[in-house]
Every structure is written in structure tokens, then in C-alpha cells.
Design a protein around this ligand. Structure first.
Ligand code: ADP
Length: 390
């Protein structure tokens, strides 16, 4: 991106220089009087139209630092007010360029113009424009790109950390097994723990693959009608063993025969993650209810548990990758910290959403709201096959 901006800016600066040169020849006697800019510093013909099609903010300053021309983006970003360049750093750069004729590149932060955004970060390129002391300033807003880069860097750091934990544990366990070679009971115990760590690694890798696959498939490439009852029973089948181990009853409820417009595999993945969590964060002998209901042009599928609940201050962060309320507890249940991020992306891929209600000590309800097949949530009686349904 930075390269392409530099390349584009380079091209534009070059093109403008050629235009300027041609204009000097074609209209040598032009003065700024027409623009009221003074000092023979009118904007050469053609340059205004080139600036108008540029996606970046573009400003042309005259020999006295007055703005001869500014794109609407430059004004919208607050870089220019009236005929003044507002960013002091940029003005200093423009003066240096005017003095020595050298093209300069830099990055500057300008107090934010968007709500909730403190600063806007610009990649800037400043170049001399002809012989009247005019200077061209091109500025590209790269705040969003910076933010995405930071998220990506964080993600890579988190993944490395998450991978290190089981790999480190496995290496320690292998050493311990070597040392305990003459104690078969200890060898078997440590080998069992090694298997657990290997399984943890496997879950993490599986979740990472799922997450990257979903992110790459937004929106879903080949959506179709999905029978929710089948998806729910598939997901419940996957979670049954874990639930029975804690004597947790998995119950289905609500309206049968509803369909969504989407991808069955993704839906099962999301439901499995929600039910798995409901089981993992609930005490023994409780109930998890999966309920389906029509909601206008959508279908709502909710998963409710009678578990530990989520503290209010954590509610808005639980869909972030690797966020856990209690890291030790998540580890103990084999959690990867990616389950809810996967659910969020499945919802987004369907142009739907996921929401949560929770109360510490009482339980949680996660609700997936997905677009109904055909635009309205209508139940199809079980006697009609899906292909024959309207
Ligand atoms: P994990 O693999 O740790 O379960 P998730 O992304 O699935 O990761 O969930 C993130 C965190 O949200 C969990 O670590 C847990 O603290 C909390 N959480 C998710 N679902 C529930 C639930 N049903 N009840 C209580 N806490 C939950």
C-alpha cells in the first residue's frame, strides 16, 4: 500500500511537472492575477483537472504559503482552511522543498476529524512545482491501513504465544518421560498429559484454519437454503459426549421447519462453538437449551445455559480473538479463545449478527440472528422435503 501510494504520488508529481512545463511554454505570460494569487503564480492549465481526479488530498501552495488549490478531501480532512495549510509540520516541509527543490516524503499525524478518532495519519509527499515557488502537497490517509496492520501484528503475536504454550509443555513432558524411563507408571501418566497438550494444539490449529477460511469466505460464495433443525441436531450430536460427561441435558425448543439463506457447514460450526461453550462454562447437572424462532425477515437461534455467566465489563470483548474472561479456566476446558470470534464471522458472512445476554452466576444466552430463506421466516412442515418447499 505504502509503495503504491509512493508510486502513484511519484507518477502524479512527474505528470504534473510535465504539464507545468508544457504550460510554461504554452502560456508563459499567465499571471496569478486571474486567481488573485499574485507573483505569476496562477495554477497552470490542466493541473487542476489532474488534481481533481486524485484520490489523495492534494494542495498547491504559492510562493507565500497561500493555498492556490486544494482538493475537497484536503479541506474535509482539515488540512486546509480558507487559503491556509493547517498542519504546521506540512508547512515546514513545504518551505524546505521550496528552498532546495528536493522532493520529500514523510508521515504526519493530524488531530482527528472523525468522531472517536484522535488522529489521522497521513503519508505525505511534497514536491516543487515549476519556477514560481509553488509547491505540491499530496497526502494519503493511512489511518485505517495502520489500524489493520496493528491488528494483524497483534494477531500474529497472540498466535505465536498460544502455540508456544502447548509446544513448550510437550517438550518439558518429553524430557520428563526420558528421565522417568524406569518408572512405567510415571511414563504413562506423562504420556497422557502429552496427548492432552497435543490435542490442545490440534484444536488451536483447527480453529485457526476455520477462522481464516471463514474470513476468506465473507460473504458466503455459494449460499443456499439451510434447514435449521438439521443443523441444530448435527451440532448437538457433536457436543453430546462432553455434555453427558457433566450430566448436562441438551434440549431443543421453539419452532420447527425454519430455514435460513446460508451455508450449513458454517452454521453447524457456529452452533457447535456456542453449545460447546455453554457446556464448558456450566456446572454439572444443568440444562442447555437451543431454541429457534422466526423474527420477521430473520430467524433467531439462541443457546441458553445456567452457567457461570460473564461479567458485564467483559461482555463487549468476548467476541475478540483470544479474549477470555478467565484464561486458566478456558485452558482447563480446552478452549482456544477463538470460538466466539468464529461465531461472529459466521454471522457476518451471513449478513447476520450475534448478540449476548448474560448475568454472572445465573447463565448466558447467545443469539444468532440470520436472514431467513426467501426473505421471510416461514416454517416448512417436516412432511415436505426441502427441495419441494416454496
Ligand atoms: P474459549 O475457547 O476460551 O471458550 P471463546 O471465544 O469461545 O473462547 O469464548 C471467549 C470467552 O468468553 C471464554 O473464555 C469465556 O470466558 C467466555 N464465554 C464464552 N461463552 C460463555 C458462556 N456460555 N458462559 C460463560 N462464559 C462464556
Amino acid at each position: 500500500m505504502a509503495m503504491s501510494f509512493a508510486a502513484l504520488a511519484g507518477f502524479v508529481v512527474g505528470a504534473l511537472a510535465v504539464l507545468f512545463y508544457r504550460n510554461q511554454i504554452e502560456a508563459p505570460s499567465r499571471t496569478a492575477a486571474a486567481d488573485g494569487a499574485g507573483d505569476g503564480a496562477a495554477l497552470p492549465q490542466g493541473i487542476a483537472s489532474v488534481l481533481a481526479v486524485l484520490p489523495s488530498s492534494a494542495v498547491v501552495l504559492d510562493a507565500h504559503d497561500r493555498v492556490l488549490r486544494a482538493s475537497s478531501a484536503a479541506r474535509a480532512f482539515g488540512l486546509v482552511k480558507g487559503d491556509r495549510l493547517m498542519a504546521a509540520e506540512l508547512l515546514a516541509l513545504a518551505r524546505q522543498v521550496r528552498r532546495d527543490g528536493e522532493i520529500r516524503e514523510s508521515e504526519i499525524d493530524v488531530a482527528g476529524h472523525k468522531f472517536g478518532q484522535e488522529t489521522t495519519n497521513f503519508a505525505v509527499r511534497v514536491a516543487p512545482l515549476g519556477s514560481y515557488g509553488q509547491v505540491l502537497v499530496l497526502a494519503e490517509d493511512q489511518t485505517e491501513r495502520r489500524r489493520v496492520e496493528a491488528v494483524r501484528r497483534d494477531f500474529v503475536a497472540n498466535v505465536s504465544h498460544e502455540l508456544k504454550t502447548p509446544v513448550g509443555a510437550m517438550s518439558l513432558l518429553a524430557e520428563t518421560i526420558q528421565d522417568a524411563a524406569d518408572d512405567p507408571e510415571a511414563v504413562s501418566r506423562f504420556a497422557g498429559r502429552m496427548q492432552l497438550e497435543a490435542a490442545r494444539l490440534n484444536y488451536l490449529i483447527q480453529d485457526l484454519i476455520t477462522l481464516s477460511r471463514i474470513q476468506g469466505a465473507e460473504p458466503i460464495p455459494t449460499p443456499g437454503q439451510v434447514a435449521i433443525d438439521e443443523a441444530v441436531s448435527d451440532a448437538i450430536d457433536h457436543c453430546n459426549t462432553r455434555a453427558s460427561a457433566k450430566d448436562i441435558t441438551l434440549v431443543t425448543g421453539g419452532i420447527e421447519g425454519l430455514r435460513i439463506w446460508g451455508d450449513v457447514e458454517l452454521l453447524v460450526t457456529a452452533l457447535r462453538n456456542l453449545i460447546d461453550n455453554a457446556v464448558a462454562y456450566s456446572p454439572e447437572h444443568t440444562r442447555v437449551v437451543v431454541s429457534v424462532r422466526p423474527a420477521g425477515d430473520s430467524v433467531e437461534i439462541s443457546v441458553s445455559d445456567q452457567g457461570i455467566g460473564i461479567p458485564e465489563e467483559a461482555l463487549e470483548r468476548i467476541f475478540e480473538r483470544f479474549f477470555r474472561v478467565d484464561a486458566a479456566r478456558s485452558r482447563a476446558t480446552g478452549g482456544t479463545g477463538l470460538g466466539l470470534a468464529i461465531v461472529k464471522h459466521v454471522a457476518a458472512a451471513h449478513a447476520g449478527e450475534v448478540s449476548v445476554w448474560s448475568k454472572e452466576g445465573s447463565g448466558s444466552t447467545f443469539t444468532l440472528r440470520l436472514p431467513a430463506f426467501g426473505g421471510t421466516a416461514v416454517a416448512v412442515p417436516p412432511s415436505i422435503p426441502l427441495e419441494a418447499a416454496p
